[in-house]
Design a protein around this ligand. Structure first.
Ligand SMILES: [Fe+2]
Length: 183
């Protein structure tokens, strides 16, 4: 699998998790400890799999490779995608804070958490759609050998930032939450 394919594959995993998160939001108000624990696992996924790893591959490798290619016409799109990453990062931070600072049984707290989570879901779904337009262009522009080079760098990011076996662990988490919430 070369670089763009890997990012597309990760987008599909993120979309599944966003769908799970949406379902979980619907259950949160009447839910108990289990839903809150699942929400915490999802937040960890968003923080580590999505931001620390997937976004780092784009920010540190793919976007610079496109900029190096001299096609300045994508500069505006790249800036917007980077701004989305920042917004997402801030929302996950706020979500974590909303879970940590209020008693889990309060309805108001659930409503606030749910609203933030849905804001994140909308942001990321739109972001993925926009980003994949750029991926299509990047796939044509970057040769297979350049993409292979990027893929090697992606592996390095994954090993350094999240450690061995963690990616697979997150995929297992997606599978188990999918079986539970998307039946
Ligand atoms: Fe992405």
């Amino acid at each position: 699998m070369v670089a763009i394919d890997e990012l597309l594959h990760e987008h599909r995993a993120v979309e599944t998790m966003l769908e799970v998160l949406d379902r979980l939001c619907g259950k949160l108000a009447e839910g108990g400890k289990k839903e809150l624990n699942d929400l915490k696992s999802i937040l960890e996924f968003l923080e580590v799999f999505v931001d620390k790893c997937h976004h780092a591959k784009e920010e540190k490798e793919l976007f610079p490779a496109l900029r190096e290619s001299g096609r300045r016409k994508w500069e505006g799109e790249i800036e917007e995608l980077l701004a989305d990453h920042e917004k997402g990062r801030a929302l996950v931070h706020e979500l974590k804070a909303s879970l940590g600072s209020v008693p889990s049984s309060m309805n108001a707290a659930h409503a606030a958490t749910t609203a933030k989570a849905r804001e994140y879901i909308a942001l990321l779904n739109e972001h993925i759609e926009n980003e994949e337009k750029l991926f299509q262009a990047a796939d044509k522009l970057l040769s297979q050998s350049r993409q292979q080079e990027l893929k090697t760098r992606f592996d390095k990011i994954e090993a350094e930032r999240i450690g061995p076996g963690r990616h697979e662990q997150f995929h297992r988490l997606i599978d188990s939450l999918k079986a539970e919430y998307l039946r």
